[in-house]
Design a protein around this ligand. Structure first.
Ligand SMILES: NC(=O)c1ccc[n+]([C@@H]2O[C@H](COP(=O)([O-])OP(=O)(O)OC[C@H]3O[C@@H](n4cnc5c(N)ncnc54)[C@H](O)[C@@H]3O)[C@@H](O)[C@H]2O)c1
Length: 253
């Protein structure tokens, strides 16, 4: 019962496909209404249909997170439409494209930090007022194992994800008095549109075989962690990073 999200409204950024869609599916099955955000209209509409098929209210919010003014004003309009936003999943992101340090130009660097870091900051700021007024909220940042262990490529991606851990820790302290919890979920390798192009089927199979727990983590495994952190079962959990990663990285502190 505690895992139920009945009566809650969740905004999931980048939920027009990939893991964001999976979070919308699991969370709506547990009773949450969902504001489906993405830059891709078709994908967002499909996710919203899935939420409705699960018996919950869905609305579609189309915005490029790089346009902070447009993105945040649409978040505020969606909050008015739904009456509240209880849960924010900062999920929208782009791949590091396996770029080596010398290959990362200024535009690519700025885009990475703007999409992953700046957008998460301002999306959270947009929902904060309502959460403070209601003294209730769960903010979930989607990080990565690269934030903790680094990677031998895509240092801009690793650093942007590590910045989300900084927000998680700081906001957990800053918002605790208002009963707003902030946690991060840090996936390992997950097969989605983001990773499919840059890995051959052989590489993916090999990676799965080498996982300590014997298989690759799936979007659903990540959604279970996200939905749990959104639920009242975790009302005493804040400032934490949970990493469903098939045992590939063991999180320290
Ligand atoms: N796939 C993995 O192995 C993996 C591992 C660790 C963390 N992650 C993180 O998980 C999250 C989801 O990734 P995914 O694997 O589902 O990838 P995905 O590409 O399927 O989903 C990302 C979504 O973000 C949206 N998006 C991207 N740029 C946007 C913009 N400027 N404005 C609005 N929306 C935008 C995309 O349209 C897409 O729907 C990302 O933050 C990613 O960094 C992924």
């Amino acid at each position: 019962m505690a895992l139920s999200l009945k009566g809650k409204t969740a905004l999931i950024t980048g939920s027009g496909g990939g893991m964001g869609r999976s979070h919308a599916n699991i969370m709506s099955k547990r009773g949450a209404d969902v504001i489906v955000h993405d830059i891709k209209e078709d994908g967002a509409k499909e996710t919203a249909d899935m939420v409705r098929a699960n018996g919950q209210k869905a609305s579609v919010l189309i915005a490029d997170v790089l346009d902070v003014k447009d993105f945040t004003s649409k978040i505020k309009a969606a909050e008015v439409d739904h009456g509240k936003i209880d849960i924010l999943v900062n999920n929208a992101g782009v791949s590091g494209n396996k770029l080596m340090m010398e290959e990362i130009d200024e535009k690519t660097y700025d885009q990475m930090f703007d999409i992953q870091v700046k957008a998460s900051f301002f999306a959270t700021q947009a929902v904060l007022r309502g959460m403070k007024e209601r003294k209730y909220g769960s903010v979930i940042m989607i990080s990565s194992i690269y934030a903790m262990g680094g990677s031998d490529f895509a240092s801009h991606y690793s650093a942007a994800k590590a910045a989300l851990s900084g927000f998680t820790k700081a906001w957990a302290r800053e918002f605790a008095a208002e009963k707003i919890r902030v946690n991060a979920v840090a996936p390992g390798f997950i097969l989605t549109g983001m990773t499919q192009g840059s890995n051959t089927p052989e590489m993916i199979e090999e990676r799965g075989k080498n996982m300590p727990l014997g298989r690759l983590t799936t979007p659903k495994d990540i959604s279970y962690a996200v939905a749990w952190l959104a639920s009242d079962e975790t009302e005493m959990i804040t400032g934490q990073v949970i990493s469903p990663n098939s045992g590939e990285v063991i999180v320290g502190y």
